[in-house]
Structure formats: structure tokens, C-alpha cells
Design a protein around this ligand. Sequence first.
Ligand SMILES: Cc1cc2nc3c(=O)[nH]c(=O)nc-3n(C[C@H](O)[C@H](O)[C@H](O)COP(=O)(O)O)c2cc1C
Ligand SMILES: [Mn+2]
Length: 492
Amino acid sequence: MTPTPATDDQRLAAQGDLHELIRIARERGELEVIKGVNTYLEMGALYELSLRDRYPPLLLFEDIPGYPKGHRVLMNVRFSRIFQSDLSLDALKKFRARRRWEADPIPPEYVTSGPITENIVRGKDVNIRAFPAGHWHEHDGGPYIGTECLIINKDPDSDWVNLGTYRTQVQDEKTLTVFIEPGKHGSVIREKYWAKGQACPMVVCVGQAPILGVVASTSSKHGMSELDSAGGRLGKPIKVIRGELTGLPIPADAEVAFEGFMPPPSEETRPEGPFAEWPGYYATDAGDEPVVRVGAIYHRNNPILIGQPPAKPTFPGRQPSLAGMAAIWDALEAAGVPGVTGVWKPLGPGVGFMNVISIKQMHPGHAKMAGLVATGAGPSSYMGRITVIVDDDIDVTSTAEVLWALATRWDPKTQTDIIDGCYSGYIDPLISPEKRAVNDHTTARVIMYAVKPYHWKDKFPVVNTVSKDYSQEIETKWKDKLRFLGGNNPNP
Ligand SMILES: Cc1cc2nc3c(=O)[nH]c(=O)nc-3n(C[C@H](O)[C@H](O)[C@H](O)COP(=O)(O)O)c2cc1C
Ligand SMILES: [Mn+2]
């Protein structure tokens, strides 16, 4: 079944409110309520089975053994049909056009209470283990309560409040570890406190309006609060309360938030991970990460925690999002590459590793220009690995078409560039132990120019296919009379 896309109104309502998302999904028949599932591996295995579907249902786990009745886990929020558009070039073009009018940021509105203050647990009563956290994959280092979560901290030198999505492991009743890659905003901010010998005030929110998960996991400018961009996208301020211990803003209609302090690593670290990552591997062993000492828990009655662990990117439900492709297309245009007709990430390599760009070749060296920019640009450089440039007659959304272009238009010897030492990440399985030991997280890139060579493109053999226009004319003429075109054959 391929459910129909949601309407703009449905999408906006669901973005702003997790309970509204569940209501709309139930109404559309896209909610699966599952009772009696264990958080240890079973929940993760059911989640993976749901990814066989291009548009997996929302999974709502209830009556979870070992946890208070009413404490629930919701999965597939970001992959639900309500938020996933059609995977077509047309949808990508519409996405780019719509995003250009993106609204101005709206700062949050401080309130004194909300659903999140229905229960406040303080000090010695704090028990993180009362909340269901999936131990998602067999070799994970422990339960991860934060996958699609918000880590909230504030720059000590300005008003900047940052929201980032960084995985959060349960260490004990009162301790979490948060894994933040160096350079990410949450890390830049915490280091400022540590430099002064202070613990960084921090909030970890593990169930919230879907829009907050989107902004927290998308890179935005240094100094720009994701709370403001979420408000802008919804067209109304995000309501927040002030945390009792830290003064940090906590979304007032969130489900569960842990508040506390992260001391410098010189004071305390715990073994964190390993964790099954999105490239489809455990690329690293456990490492030492700083802790959050949790001093207060805020939660709704019957809270819903969001679970969104990584999964091998070959599952149909793990299709890369249009946002990533749009960002690359924008970068190509910003760099002045003319004639781009398509950008795509095929299913399999996941959000990184492989990008396909189609161009209408306009001058000698045009394909090379596109290839070099697409390989080096911000949105495509991190864990990029493979760039394929194809002509504009190739449908970039079809892996078969892209492979056909490679098989027939790409001369490996003369139409390839290999560039060494490019930006990759610690989760790249191809970084050797020797490179890891010296923090060299770089790998090579290949650019394959699967285009008709420019200087003899007009002499390139003609493609063996019926022209689009004639094909359409004949389909229209015959479609009522032939079963393979969806009609009824009067002479079966
Ligand atoms: C589900 C999910 C999990 C993520 N986990 C991590 C993580 O564990 N550590 C990390 O550094 N980034 C992680 N990211 C990526 C960051 O959220 C992303 O880089 C974001 O821009 C960080 O916010 P910042 O730009 O304010 O630092 C994750 C993204 C998603 C969608
Ligand atoms: Mn940020």
C-alpha cells in the first residue's frame, strides 16, 4: 500500500503537536499500536521489520513490560507518510521552491506551566530507568533513551539557546551520557563552561513536537536558536517553561525532559556506545564521554518517548529525504554551476556516500565543474565518497538509468577523478584503525563523469528508445484497449 500524501494542513498540525500527529495517523490508518513488547532488542527488531515499507507506519508501543503503565514509545515519526513527500524530481523541485519563502524566525514564549509540568520529580526521587529506553541493536552498549531527542544548552556569552539531536545513553538511575561530535554547537557551548572549570547546564528532551526534532537535527547558523526557527516554521512561538535548576527553556508541551549539569570530562566520563550507526555498521568501540547528572525530571502523565535509532540504509523505509538533495542543488547553484536538471541520492548509500547530479552540458569542462563543486560543497562533502554526473536525459531517480549511464557513457580511464583526504566522519566504516588512532577522519572521493564526452557528444550513438511524445500519444490511443496499459482488451 502506498498511502496518499498528507495535506499541507495535516502536515503543519502534526509538525506542531505529537498528539495531533498520532490522531491524524490513526485517522489515515497509518498507526500501529503494539502492546507487550520488550525494550531489549524486540522493539528494535519490530522497528526494522517496519522499514520493509517505503512509508512505514507510526509504531506506538504500549504496556511495555517492566515500565509504569501508560509510559509509551513512538517510532517512525520522521519517516511517516505524513511528513514524507513523494520521492520524485517534481516533489524535489516543489520542495526547493516552497522552502525559499521560509518564514522569519519567531522567538519562544515563556509560560509558567504546561503539560510537561504535570509531574516534576526532583533530587533523590529521580529515576531515569522508570522511562522505557530501547536497547535497539544486539551490540549496542546499553539502552538509548535519546535518539530523536533535543539536547538544550545556552551559550554563556550570549542569549543563544541551541537545540541539537545527539544520541543519549542511560548509564544509571541519575546519569546519562550524550555523544556530541566535536564542532557541533552543543559541544562548542559546553566547552565554554568547561574552560572556566564549570559544569554545563543541560536539558535532554526525549518526546516533543516533531518540528523540534527536525530543527534540532538540521544544521543552522552559529548563534541561531533552533527554537526560533521552529516557531517561524509553525507560524507561532514555541511555548517553553524555565527549568528550575538551570533556567533553560523546556518545551511546555514536551513529553519527558531531564534537567541537569554536564561536568568537564576531567571530572567524570563513562564508557559510551558502541552504537549501531546509520551507515549500517558499528564503526567504533565504546569511548569515554561526559555525563549529565540529572537533578530533575519533568514529564506529562502517560508520556510518549520518541525512538528513532539508525538502521542499515538499504531498507526501503530509509529513503533519503528531499531536504538533503535540495541542499546540494542549492549549493551547486550558489557556486554558479549552470544547467543542473536533477540531484538525487539513491537508496542504499543512505544520507551520505553517493550523490547523482544531472546536467544539460553547455560547454567543455561543464561536467567537471559540477563534479568538483558537488564533491566539495558543504551539504555533500561530509561522507560524500561517490559523485556521479549524468546527462539531462538520464532520470536521476532511477538507479537503473544511472547504472546504464555509467555502463555506457563512462570511460573509467579518462572520465574519473579521485581526490584524496576529503571530509569524513568517525562513523565511516572505511576509516582504518591506523587513521582513527591519529584522528585522521578523511577518505578519498571518486567523481564519475557518466556523460557523453562534450567534444564529440553530437556524434555519440543515438539512444534506442521511443521518443517521449510519441510514446505518450500511443499510450493514450491504446490505454483503454490493452490490459498491460490498465485497460480492458475486447479480444482477450
Ligand atoms: C536521529 C538523529 C541522530 C543523531 N545523532 C547524533 C549524535 O549522536 N551525535 C551528533 O553529533 N550528531 C547527531 N546527529 C546529527 C545532529 O543532530 C546534527 O548535526 C545537528 O545539526 C546538530 O545540531 P547543531 O548544528 O546545533 O550542533 C543526529 C541526527 C539525527 C537525525
Ligand atoms: Mn545549532
